[in-house]
Design a binder for this molecule. Structure first.
Ligand SMILES: C[S@@+](CC[C@H](N)C(=O)[O-])C[C@H]1O[C@@H](n2cnc3c(N)ncnc32)[C@H](O)[C@@H]1O
Length: 188
């Protein structure tokens, strides 16, 4: 069976075509950026840590791929979609992925937080094309993780079912706190 991140990639790959604009909201070590850059040349990747940008740049160089790496919070996504992909005058995106939590092997105090995650998600939902998808990988075993998980779940549970289809996928018999996936598709 697919693990949550594998399912997230599969469901995003189903809708992304080469001209699409897509967002990696949490660059980290660059795994998702590389995944997206294999599907389209218009990838915007965000992180607040310089080490994430450096790690991602290295990973892209190793694979011969490219993406716009942006050292800023994903809550400013609207500014950059217009700046880097100006032919897309309607500022739309086809897909995005969030990996919520902290960057492994780095400062565990630098975590994603609801007061920036939710504004970023709202902006990306507003920019999302019909039939576009957003994957939210939620890691919540760290301090602050449970609060963010609850905030995100509460937000997506209240999205209109006429406009969005929202799905949840997670292991139920694992010890510790394995990550869960929330997948959103824009219907109208
Ligand atoms: C779980 S890691 C991401 C893992 C990454 N997707 C990968 O493939 O390695 C979460 C990342 O979110 C970043 N982050 C925290 N707050 C952020 C924000 N407001 N905007 C963008 N990134 C943020 C952290 O610096 C950290 O690198």
């Amino acid at each position: 069976m697919l693990k949550p991140l594998e399912l997230a990639h599969k469901l995003l790959a189903e809708v992304i075509v080469p001209e699409d604009v897509v967002v990696d909201a949490t660059m980290g070590q660059g795994f998702d950026t590389v995944f997206l850059a294999k599907l389209t040349k218009n990838v915007l990747a965000f992180d607040v840590q310089e080490m994430a940008v450096l790690a991602t740049r290295k990973r892209l160089a190793e694979t011969g791929l490219s993406a716009q790496l942006i050292l800023e919070g994903h809550e400013h996504v609207d500014k950059y979609v217009n700046k880097y992909v100006n032919k897309y005058v309607n500022k739309s995106i086809k897909a995005a992925i969030f990996n919520l939590g902290y960057l492994p092997k780095s400062d565990k105090r630098i975590i994603t937080k609801p007061d920036t995650t939710l504004p970023a998600l709202k902006k990306m939902l507003a920019m999302l094309e019909v039939s576009g998808r957003i994957a939210l990988m939620i890691y919540y075993g760290h301090e602050g993780g449970e609060i963010e998980k609850c905030a995100v779940e509460n937000f997506v549970e209240n999205l209109s079912q006429k406009t969005y289809q929202v799905m949840k996928y997670a292991p139920v018999n694992q010890i510790n706190t394995p990550p869960m996936l929330i997948m959103i598709e824009k219907l109208a």
